[in-house]
Structure formats: structure tokens, C-alpha cells
Design a protein around this ligand. Structure first.
Ligand code: UFG
Length: 336
């Protein structure tokens, strides 16, 4: 299939582009580098031996979208592009609503115009809010606690309405749990600017001495060791889920992409230390506002309907995450 990947240079997007190319799909990337680096394109080529057609720009730009659809015979779209920082979305809600909603609306309008009706949307477990029980199934009640999450939920609603109005659309909504890790060579990975918000990017920076100490946000949750529990999923497994979604389009579908296992913050720290032979100093601090105690998926539906299962272990995720930061530091040093 010829697939347009918006945000194809980002963390999940770039891994998905590689998996699509390995599975012999043709890829066109649209990205504005707002949260990625230009060298990702070269890295994709090094890994896959292929150079996807690339357009630099914003998904909101309808003229650019039109140009892409006029010149490329796009058969399906995977839509990753969007702002994703929870804290920033609370500070700048209008920016989040404008960017995430407008881009998706413009994209869907152009797709409709060109009769391209195969769409995979990058949603998040954040749409389950604070779940009433665990593990989380796709039909659980939905709610959000911040504007970022609300944009995901609103887009899901737009997609449901669109599918109802025109059942010839194939729309697959993928709700991701907590992606970490990276492809095995350590070439592609997650490299957030400044101080990371998420746990794994923080841990790797403490492990290699860029940051002094991890703050563990609370040890008084109702979890086995009192720290927050999440369903960490290897980003390559997550990327493979998108290839499966493309190959199983059928009307409106919604899937959890998670492993089904919950690990605590301290499980992650200890596993990381063990597999990498490093120390991750940490201190317990106050809970972070807006955090929930525990969240993990029931991934049965994706197993049964897409034939997809996460295969990588927590050990793999910890090893790969650290490899990337070591390799990236070497690459940066060699450029100086
Ligand atoms: N944590 C720490 N210290 C840190 C960072 C995180 O103790 O420095 C803890 C958090 O309290 C939480 C766990 O590590 O218990 C995971 O936190 P992350 O920030 O890595 O991930 P979240 O589960 O908070 O959020 C992530 C994405 C969201 C997405 C959500 C979906 O960042 O975009 O998963 O479940 F919506």
C-alpha cells in the first residue's frame, strides 16, 4: 500500500516508517520537524536501504496536502503528527486545540476529496482517564484530565461521526500505552529537548550522568510498591501494530496497543540497573499532579482481530533505551 505518514520523523512515526518499509509498503512522509531532527531521514535510509518521498510542512497546510494527494497515489494515511506534552497543553490549551484538531480536520477533508478513505489514528490510553478497574478494555468509559488528552478524545469522536456518516471509510484508532525503547541498532530513538517529562528518557539521562537523580513521583499509591504502575511497550512492537492495522482495515475499529503487564516506577529502575549494569540514583518526592495510580491494557482484541502481540520484554526495552542514548552521545561527539 502507498501510505502517507504524518509526523513520520518523530519517535513512534520513524519506527513505524521502518516497519512499513520492511513489510514492503511504500511510504510518503509529511513532517515539520517541530519535535524531530532532519537526520532521522538519513537514519531511516541507513536502516532500510530505502528513501521515502519527503514533504516538509504542517498538516494544517491544505495547499500542501492537496499537492501531496495530487502527485502521489496515496491509499492510506497514518496520522501521528500532533503536539503531545501534557503539561504544555495545560499551559497553552488553544495552541493544542488549534494544532491537533485543525490538522486532523484538514487531513480528513482532503482525504475525502481524493476518495482516500483508509485512516489510522494515533490515540492514547490517556482517553481512559482514571480507569475504574484493570486491565483496561476498549469499551471502558472515556474521560480526560488535560487538553492534550481531550484533543485525542475529540478526534476519536470526529472519526466515529465520520464513519457513521459514510461507512465506506476504514478508520482504525490505536490507543497506545507507554512506548519506550527503540530499534536495536541504537540509530533511531527518543531524544526530547531539555528536561524530559517522561520516565524512561529521564532514567537514561540519570544513568549516563546528564541529570543527577531521578525524582520518583509518589510512593503512597495503592500499588504493590506504592509507585505508579504503567504498561510499558517497546516502540518497535507498537510500530508493528500499525502495519497490522493497515493490513486489517474494516470499518471503524479501536484497539489497545499494550503488553497487558503493569510495571511500577521502581520495577523499571531496578530492571534498567540490572540489564545495563549502571546505577540510577533516585529520591521519592510528592505525587505529580494529574497522575493516576495504575494503568495497563487488556490487549486481547488486538491479538484476536489484528493477530498482533507485543513480543519484547521489559529487559529488552531497558537495554535498547540505554543503547540509543550511548550511541547518540557518541554520534554527537564525533560531529564536534
Ligand atoms: N514518573 C516519575 N518520575 C519522572 C517521570 C515519571 O516517577 O520523572 C512516573 C509517573 O509518576 C508515572 C510513570 O513514571 O507513574 C510514567 O510516567 P510518564 O510521564 O512516563 O508517562 P504517563 O503514564 O504519565 O503518560 C504517558 C504519556 C501521555 C499518555 C499516557 C497514556 O506521556 O502522553 O502515557 O497512558 F497520554
Amino acid at each position: 500500500m502507498k501510505v502517507l505518514v504524518t509526523g513520520g520523523c518523530g519517535y513512534i512515526g520513524s519506527h513505524t516508517v521502518c516497519e512499513l518499509l520492511y513489510a514492503n509498503h511504500e511510504v510518503v512522509i509529511l513532517d515539520d520537524f517541530s519535535n524531530s531532527k532532519k537526520d532521522v531521514l538519513q537514519k531511516i535510509e541507513t536502516l532500510t536501504g530505502q528513501k521515502p518521498r519527503f514533504y516538509e510542512g504542517k498538516v494544517q497546510d491544505k495547499a500542501l496536502l492537496k499537492e501531496i494527494f495530487e502527485s502521489q497515489k496515496i491509499e492510506a494515511v497514518i496520522h501521528f503528527a500532533g503536539y503531545k506534552a501534557v503539561g504544555e497543553s495545560v499551559e497553552k490549551p488553544l495552541m493544542y486545540y488549534e494544532n491537533n484538531l485543525e490538522s486532523t480536520l484538514h487531513l480528513l477533508e482532503i482525504m475525502q476529496e481524493f476518495s482516500c478513505k483508509n485512516f489510522v489514528f494515533s490515540s492514547s490510553a490517556t482517553v481512559y482517564g482514571s480507569p475504574k478497574s484493570l486491565p483496561i478494555k476498549e469499551d471502558f468509559p472515556l474521560s480526560t484530565t488535560n487538553p492534550y488528552g481531550t484533543t485525542k478524545l475529540m478526534i476519536e469522536q470526529i472519526l466515529k461521526d465520520l464513519s457513521k456518516s459514510d461507512p465506506t471509510w476504514n478508520i482504525t484508532i490505536l490507543r497506545y500505552f507507554n512506548p519506550i525503547g527503540n530499534e536495536k541498532t541504537g540509530l533511531l530513538g527518543e531524544n526530547p529537548q531539555g528536561i524530559p517529562n517522561n520516565l524512561m528518557p529521564y532514567i537514561v539521562r540519570v544513568a549516563n550522568g546528564i541529570l543527577p537523580c531521578l525524582s520518583v513521583f509518589g510512593d503512597d499509591y495503592g500499588t504493590p510498591d506504592g509507585t505508579g504502575v504503567r504498561d510499558y511497550i517497546h516502540v518497535v512492537d507498537l510500530a508493528k501494530g500499525h502495519v497490522k492495522a493497515l493490513e486489517h482495515f474494516s470499518g471503524l475499529r479501536i484497539y489497545n496497543l499494550g503488553t497487558g503487564h503493569g510495571y511500577s516506577v521502581l520495577d523499571l529502575v531496578k530492571t534498567f540497573e540490572k540489564v545495563n549494569g549502571v546505577k540510577v540514583p533516585y529520591k521519592i518526592v510528592e505525587r505529580r499532579k494529574g497522575d493516576i495510580a495504575a494503568c495497563y491494557a487488556d490487549p486481547t482484541k488486538a491479538q484476536q482481530e489484528l493477530g498482533w502481540t507485543a513480543e519484547e520484554t521489559l529487559e529488552d526495552m531497558c537495554r535498547d533505551s540505554y543503547q540509543y542514548i550511548i550511541q547518540e552521545a557518541k554520534r554527537e561527539k564525533s560531529l564536534k
